[in-house]
Design a protein around this ligand. Sequence first.
Ligand code: ADE
Ligand code: ZN
Length: 326
Amino acid sequence: TQQEALIRALPKVELHLHIEGSLEPEMMFELARRNGIKLPYDSVEAVREAYDFDNLQSFLDLYYAGAGVLITEQDFYDLTWAYLKRCEADKVVHTEIFFDPQTHTDRGIAFETVLNGIRRALKDGNEKLRISSRLIMSFLRHLSEEEGFKTLEMARPYLEEIDGIGLDSSELGHPPSKFERLFAECKALGLPRVAHAGEEGPPEYVWEAIKLLDVCRIDHGVRALEDEKLVESLAETRLPLTVCPYSNVKLKVFDRLADHNLRDLLAKGLCATVNSDDPAYFGGYVQENYLGCARELKLSVEEILQLVKNGFEACWLEEGERGWWM
Ligand code: ADE
Ligand code: ZN
């Protein structure tokens, strides 16, 4: 279709990608072998079969376990490089990725091992693939605010290498308000902030992320539609939502892609963007998310163009850094 050709041809950005969520089962096996780790699966197929989730938590349990094969700086480099090669193939020209340091430091991996591996790949991506990027350090919200402060202390010598702050993991029961002081400290350090909110959690969590954490984007945010005042505010401010359609279906936020509210978000004037979240677990990188939505939601050419443009509007590139594509 015309829509499909357009999606493949357009340069795109990605703004919601957990690098640990791009760990494909093949690489999981390879790293397990390299590091002498025994996996609880017999084959790549068995891993893929296990990726049948009921909700966010059932995914997170496997996602944190899978990340256990990442040990050396080279592992983090290889993981990030594989993702960037995929970006190249899909015409993703700029990407803003999350990493979860606590997932690694809590099992004895040094903060700088994680950071250096990812950073070195991003630098190579910039130089060899012409893909620009930002790196967002995300706090795990199921852990305490105090644990978050300890992680911020670990990060302090490397703040030049960190472009922003995020908040992810189990949403329900862990509202943004739990991290108000931590995010205030990050703001004082000059770091831009985003937070997952309104994925499984209620619109109140989106309000909290805006008012208490002073975020410049909401990750997911699809449940914002339940609150008319919030929709009005998001339309007025154009505070972006980094929507992840395949993720929402895999984690049962929506039953089917055809039921997703992406078109409604656009129709109400919100700055909704399309992203992949954890593509190795949810079965599609960002281009597949666009293609799937175009097919199942019957997106028009105008809607596709709007989504792609919203991505550029929502990204953190400065005027002078923008490439040939914008
Ligand atoms: N960590 C990785 N993916 C996530 C998601 N979709 N929601 C919350 N935390 C996450
Ligand atoms: Zn996410």
